[in-house]
Design a protein around this ligand. Structure first.
Ligand SMILES: [Zn+2]
Length: 402
């Protein structure tokens, strides 16, 4: 029976079910198109602590297809700022928040540091940085940025206890099947009064806005600010500063006297037992709107070929998916690749004018404003341009969240 990742309760209520969802989201090279396996994806919330999570995650060996170094083709859909430019804006946003936290210069460990790009930004600021990365991409961090890397999955045994001032966990907590065990290990090597800098998808906000780029097999946990603070406070980590966008950035401090957090006390922004269904109403509303749009139109195009586009595709009824005739992206590395369920090559947006779709759906949220501007300047008179994401940004200081 499925057990809550955070509190261990076996009372989970199903909220969303996809009978078939691809193992890999975002673009795939032509040789893999139609070959990436699909599995059911079920999200449920815990009746005890509200935490939203996958109820029946796929076995680890299936995910090795994605993480294994031999499948470098699939890595084009993974964030490797130094190689593909994917994740560059995300890293910059994260770095901006990091600077706002004003953390004293000290010893930093980034767990799951990928190519070391984010650490290289901290190194340039004078922090003493090192990383942990099991994938061969960690070599880039060593060679390109001169950053020491432990090439394995993280374990406290590789490090001295109470030795780091700052530990970075970017886009990793949502992947953990034993999130409590992982955080206990991290806690051991963090100094008392040291900070953990966290980035996770803001699943509560995404759901409310009907943005589903964060739904996929590799994400086991779907946090709101309240549920992540509850989780962190179980490990004596105290909220210092956070920023909510479609990602959540949190700075928390190791404090043995930290008070337990039940929720952020903000009914508007946080999942509670009372309001959780409202979040799914947001998702269902967007799904209905999208299908109503596709029902009316015949030649539909997506602008933006990323994970969020896969999410949108799976919100569209199968009979309407055939109407997606074009997919455009500004990143030339994505051209000639494919998205799941859409048997059309990703193309350069310069073709929008000659392809002449009826509707152009801007399917990214990070670059929504610039893509909208780009599409409008193309001067295609009858082109209907649709955006699907609203702009949201909320800053929480220490006293704002109890
Ligand atoms: Zn729970």
């Amino acid at each position: 029976m499925a057990k809550c990742i955070i509190c261990g309760s076996s009372e989970l209520s199903e909220k969303i079910f996809f009978d078939s969802y691809p193992l890999c989201i975002g673009v795939q090279p032509p040789e893999l198109f139609g070959k990436v396996e699909s599995f059911p994806l079920t999200l449920g919330s815990c009746d005890q602590c509200v935490h939203l999570q996958q109820m029946n995650p796929v076995a680890d060996e299936h995910n090795d297809v994605l993480y294994g170094s031999e499948n470098s083709g699939l890595l084009s859909s993974v964030s490797i700022p130094s190689k593909t430019n994917v994740g560059l804006v995300e890293a910059q946003n994260s770095f901006n928040f990091f600077k706002d936290c004003n953390l004293p210069k000290g010893k930093v460990l980034d767990i799951g540091c990928c190519d070391g790009y984010f650490l290289s930004l901290l190194k340039a600021q004078g922090y003493d940085v090192q990383g942990v990365e099991p994938n061969a991409i960690g070599d880039v961090a060593q060679k390109k940025y001169g950053i020491p890397i432990t090439k394995d999955y993280f374990s406290a045994k590789y490090f001295e206890e109470n030795s780091f001032d700052i530990i970075i966990l970017r886009n990793i907590l949502e992947h953990m099947s034993d999130a409590n065990g992982f955080l206990e290990e991290v806690y051991k090597i963090l100094k008392l009064g040291g900070h953990i800098f966290i980035e996770v998808p803001n699943s509560a906000l995404s759901l409310r806005e009907g943005h589903v780029g964060c739904f996929f097999h590799q994400h086991l946990s779907y946090f709101s600010l309240g549920t992540i603070l509850h989780f962190l406070s179980r490990h004596s980590l105290e909220h210092v500063h956070s920023l909510e966008d479609y990602f959540m950035y949190l700075c928390v401090k190791k404090n043995v006297d930290a008070k337990p957090v039940i929720s952020s006390n903000n009914d508007q922004l946080d999942m509670t037992h009372q309001n959780i269904d409202k979040y799914f109403e947001g998702y269902n509303r967007k799904k209905k709107d999208l299908n109503a749009l596709l029902e009316k139109e015949d030649n539909v195009a997506f602008f933006g070929a990323g994970g969020h586009t896969t999410g949108l595709t799976y919100m569209i009824d199968e009979e309407f998916r055939k109407k997606i005739k074009f997919v455009y992206d500004n990143n030339p590395l994505k051209h000639g690749n494919f998205l799941s369920e859409i048997p059309i090559e990703v193309r350069d947006p310069k073709y929008i004018k000659s392809d002449n779709p009826d509707v152009l759906i801007i399917s990214t949220y990070l670059h929504q404003a610039e893509l909208l501007d780009q599409a409008q300047k193309m001067g295609v008179p009858d082109l209907k341009i649709v955006t699907v994401h609203s702009q949201v940004r909320i800053v929480n200081q220490l006293e704002g969240v109890k």
